[in-house]
Ligand binder design. Sequence first.
Ligand SMILES: Nc1ncnc2c1ncn2[C@@H]1O[C@H](COP(=O)(O)OP(=O)(O)OP(=O)(O)O)[C@@H](O)[C@H]1O
Length: 269
Amino acid sequence: MTRGSVLHVEDLCMTFGQGGPQEHRVLAGLSLRVDPGESVCVVGPSGAGKTTLLRCLAGLTPPTSGSVRYGDQRLTGPHADIAVVSQDYRGSLLPWMRVWDNVAFPLQGRGVRKAARKATALECLDAVGLADVGDKYPWQLSGGMQQRVAIARGLAYDAPVLLMDEPFGSVDAQSRFDLEDLTLQLRRRLGITVVVVTHDIDESVYLGDRVIVLGGRPTAVLDTLTVPFGTDRDQLTTRADPRFAELRTRVLARIRGERLDQDAEPAHN
Ligand SMILES: Nc1ncnc2c1ncn2[C@@H]1O[C@H](COP(=O)(O)OP(=O)(O)OP(=O)(O)O)[C@@H](O)[C@H]1O
């Protein structure tokens, strides 16, 4: 294991329908690590296998070969320390349950009593700026608020690792910026490790301490970029930084398989 890594992926391969007429080799020998407290973004073209990788990191999909380790343990299924926020908040929130009940849902299976569940849910709602909507139903909230509820539910697991799959894909641009800032703030405040899968190159540079670029057929890691902006970022200053443009250009070029002049120079990482 890489010393100190939280998640360590080694030579991960994923082939759907192996041996059958529909065989589809998606991931080919991916290796990567995620360090404690890091925010890592995974970016790549549609169909590259980003969700598949995230599901493997969550222990939800067993890889065809290779391994995912959480600390010293080899993941063979979902782990209580790893929470997942999926892109489809509409499908994941239960419309007949009040908001706080939705957030507390993961705690039911852990035998936590109702009063304690509600207290935790309200705390998590407070963390995402929704302290006053606990008694509403999800369908009474805007899309951005519903996505915050989904994040609050991710926090209710009280897991040190939060995996997010295109978490802001279905909200408007302003809500998206707010949710990105919320994610950075939660990471800072709670000291959690965050992995975000996104197809949005700007978002990957804004949110990540490192950006892992996937691409090719079958998919491999094309590049890993270190983002130099620290943990305290804001939308206007960070996006106006010339290094932001440089990084996004590099990610885009990698995804398109183009070479850059700077490729002759030492890389950022
Ligand atoms: N359970 C499955 N059975 C067969 N093929 C699958 C399965 N899950 C994913 N795939 C295929 O694997 C490939 C990668 O899918 P995946 O959803 O991981 O990509 P992605 O990079 O997340 O895409 P997008 O950005 O469009 O969400 C796709 O071609 C998809 O059809």
